[in-house]
Design a protein around this ligand. Structure first.
Ligand code: TEU
Length: 567
């Protein structure tokens, strides 16, 4: 029998298929490419792979705009390839978690095509259709049913000339929001999820799943949000982040899809803006909603009031305060997921570490150590395990991400500071995380024999899997040790977490405690020596360190020195 909370000692590896490995030379990664690299994934010792979307899609948002949930896009391969991937992972003892993107579909999905065909369509109510604002000229700026801004700049409503109404799209206009108020929509989604489980899939990472429930009045009305700084648009998030029926929907999904089914599944809800109080409810096992959530607090710390591209410094004390609050908040109920980066975030070593040649390896190892020793389920994003860094883009023509491209256009159209916007994109843009995986030092890093869809980072000459494969001092070797440690030491998975030195501006220090075993984690998260003096650990056993000759918990910690001690 399988432990109900098996994922507490698991590590998840995220694959962004477009950028992992290209088997056919078209410049885009694909499933056969992933199959050819499964031994790398297995060598990490990870328990689960989360695969970003491979479904049929017009690729307006790289597959997060799905036109058929039941098929694989030919760009990525076929259903037979996906079956082979499931089998290949299962043979290696690795589970497969698929991306579930059901806040919205593509505008090319058959459901939306039908919904859009006429106001009388039986699927009209599967999406959010609303008339123009009263007294305004339909189709003109300001006539949108509400003032909500989309996540990708501009209004969240698109005027549909043919049927004379607007539809809601919280993301791009090619990503219309599904109407979860409609029970037919919900049942269609649950049936689709059940088919994937029948096929052998082990769970879902649920895209923006806390946006499903919109706060709609009894008369069907949606309301304006507060004006955004310097914009004609408003903030709609209070009306759809953690909306009134979200717990009901997620519980219903659990009961319809997972309850009574044999097997060990994993569900993780991606939830921008989620609070600790909400996360306790979402992840309380007794409530049967989801196993864990991706929260955003720690990746919002370096943003100013105007949003993610409004750059602010990342302050270590604030970072510790935030992560510690989540550790404490989910200590007695629920569960945390742990991540530094993913396909939407800048690279961890560039953002939280020091990606200069001198400190990159050490800082990547130190960051991995700190994250993996927290209580929660760690997620490793492809390339993180070799210390891949942000991309030195030199021109906007090199960008591919709709979010960055639309943001730059929007700033220019509003006659705002385009240099600042470019800096914002360089530091925060999602393409940083999406450059091809660096397998070796060859021209296209071993990713493709063709022209890669997004530039390969020039640092691949030195930063690549081949160079680290057999090097015990590499980031890769260190990540393998971190994953093994979680499997071997119950205290890593289950121990209580206690933060020490919360106000220290350079040191990240904490203990873990379980069944009489205690761990101390000390990390100097800066590129200079730092003094430390934690008593009582002189005779402790060193489990792992970023330097070959760890100094323990008192004396001078060298730059990016991180050590795990056990007593
Ligand atoms: O992301 C949702 C999300 O809230 C953000 O991370 C978003 O990508 C953006 O950076 C906000 O500024 C999920 C997916 O992970 C992302 O790739 C998709 O673009 C998005 O949903 C829409 O499906």
């Amino acid at each position: 029998s399988i432990e109900p909370d098996w994922w507490k000692s698991a590590v998840v590896y995220q694959i962004y298929p477009r950028s992992f490995a290209d088997s056919n030379g078209d410049g885009v990664g694909d499933i056969p490419g992933i199959l050819s690299r499964l031994d790398h994934v297995a060598s990490l010792g990870v328990d689960v792979v989360w695969l970003s979307p491979v479904y049929r899609s017009p690729m307006d948002d790289n597959g997060y705009d799905i036109s058929d949930y039941e098929d694989v896009d030919p760009l990525f391969g076929s259903l037979a390839d996906l079956d082979a991937l499931i089998a290949g992972l299962h043979e290696r003892g690795i589970k497969l978690v698929m991306d579930l993107v059901v806040n919205h579909t593509s505008d090319e999905h058959a459901w939306f095509v039908e919904s859009r065909s006429s106001r009388e369509s039986p699927k009209r109510d599967w999406y959010w259709w609303r008339p123009a604002r009263e007294g305004a000229v339909a189709g003109q700026p300001g006539a949108e049913p509400t003032n909500w801004a989309s996540f990708f700049s501009g209004p969240a409503w698109h005027w549909d000339e043919a049927t004379g109404e607007y539809y809601l799209h919280l993301f791009s206009r090619k990503q219309p929001d599904l109407n979860w108020e409609n029970p037919e929509v919900r049942q269609a989604v649950y049936a689709m999820m059940r088919r994937w489980l029948d096929r052998g899939v082990d769970g879902f990472r649920m895209d923006v799943v806390n946006l499903l429930s919109k706060d709609v009045g009894a008369d069907g009305s949606l309301r304006d949000g507060e004006a955004l700084p310097g914009q004609a648009l408003g903030d709609g998030t209070p009306f759809y982040m953690g909306g009134p029926r979200i717990h009901e929907f997620l519980h219903e999904m659990h009961m319809e899809v997972f309850a009574g089914r044999d097997g060990a599944f994993l569900t993780v809800g991606e939830m921008p803006g989620v609070t600790i109080e909400q996360a306790r409810l979402f992840t309380d096992a007794e409530r049967r909603e989801v196993d864990m959530v991706f929260q955003f607090e720690h990746v919002d710390l370096d943003s100013g009031p105007a949003g993610k591209f409004d750059l602010a410094p990342m302050d270590l004390v604030e970072l510790k305060t935030s992560l510690n609050r989540w550790q404490e908040g989910l200590a007695d109920v629920g569960w945390n997921s742990l991540y530094w980066n993913n396909h939407d975030q800048p690279r961890a070593v560039s953002r939280f570490g020091d990606d200069s040649p001198q400190w990159r390896t050490l800082s990547a190892k130190a960051l991995g150590t700190v994250l993996h020793l927290h209580r929660g389920t760690p997620y490793v994003y492809q390339g993180e395990e070799i210390g891949m860094a942000n991309m030195p883009f030199t021109s906007d023509t090199e960008l591919r991400d709709i979010e960055s491209i639309r943001h730059l256009a929007d700033v220019a159209a509003r006659h705002e500071d385009t240099d600042a916007a470019w800096q914002g994109v360089l530091v925060k843009g999602r393409d940083n995380a999406r450059t091809p995986m660096q397998w070796d030092a060859s021209t296209n890093a071993g990713f493709t024999t063709g022209d890669p869809w997004l530039g390969v980072n020039p640092d691949h000459a030195s930063v690549n899997v081949a160079a680290q494969q057999d090097d015990p001092d590499s980031v890769l070797a260190h990540y393998r040790r971190l994953v093994a440690l979680r499997h071997d030491e119950p205290v890593v998975a289950h121990g209580d977490f206690t933060m020490l030195l919360p106000e220290h501006p350079r040191l990240y220090v904490f203990t873990r405690d379980h069944d009489g075993v205690e761990l101390l984690v000390v990390a100097n998260l800066c590129s200079e020596d730092t003094e430390i003096g934690i008593e009582g650990w002189d005779d402790a056993e060193v489990l792992l360190g970023t330097y070959q000759d760890p100094r323990g918990a008192s004396g001078i910690l060298r730059p990016w020195e991180a050590t795990v001690l056990r007593r």
